[in-house]
Design a protein around this ligand. Structure first.
Ligand code: SF4
Length: 188
């Protein structure tokens, strides 16, 4: 396992999969290195690629609003992605790209040692929770893996596209709020 600085430096110059050829910036993720809660999406979009920061476009602003609904400040959580470079035209990251990149996220999780991981959307949930994860069926359900409480909610971009999913997501967020109160030590 690498320390944070070495991991960051390696990731910033990574060429382990073809996504490096079209990226403007590697999006390493951001948040406290002792965050108790991590939010993980599938990969950077256009605004994230241009800025080098996770979830800063329309979806990111909506994520901020979702967090505010449960009094969760973005600065208190770690927000990142499974793949650190933008897939062209926002397509889903390919299995080989996910496999090439997942070691960075695993190393981040090992260093941060979160109590809770929330997957944002189907792709992250299939990789991090289980391969047959169905987001419409399984969102909001808690699973414990290696001592970490895990659940998935709809991706903010999906909630922008389909507002009918928002009431279910609000219930998932309330469940997250209760889980934070149950297992976390920090003040939120
Ligand atoms: S997506 Fe991940 S594995 Fe691929 S080049 Fe970027 S940092 Fe490296």
């Amino acid at each position: 396992m690498k320390d944070w600085k070495s991991l960051y430096e390696e990731c910033m110059s990574c060429q382990k999969c073809p996504l490096w050829e079209t990226r403007h910036n590697v999006v390493f993720g951001e948040g406290p290195q002792n965050a108790e809660v991590m939010f993980i999406g599938e990969g950077p979009g256009e605004q994230e690629d241009l800025s080098g920061r996770p979830f800063v476009g329309r979806g990111g602003k909506f994520l901020d609003e979702m967090l505010a609904m449960i009094d969760l400040d973005r600065s208190k959580v770690f927000i990142g992605n499974m793949v650190k470079c933008r897939p062209p035209a926002n397509r889903d990251p390919l299995p080989a790209e996910q496999e090439a990149c997942i070691g960075y996220l695993r190393n981040q999780v090992a260093l941060i040692r979160p109590k809770i991981i929330v997957c944002l959307g189907r792709i992250a949930a299939m990789k991090l929770i289980r391969p047959d994860f169905k987001i419409t069926r399984d969102h909001g359900q808690w699973t414990k893996k290696a001592g970490v409480e895990m659940m998935a909610i709809f991706h903010p971009a999906a909630l922008l596209r389909d507002p009918r999913k928002r009431p279910e997501t609000y219930a998932d967020l309330k469940s997250l709020q209760a889980k934070i109160q149950e297992v976390c030590d920090h003040t939120y």
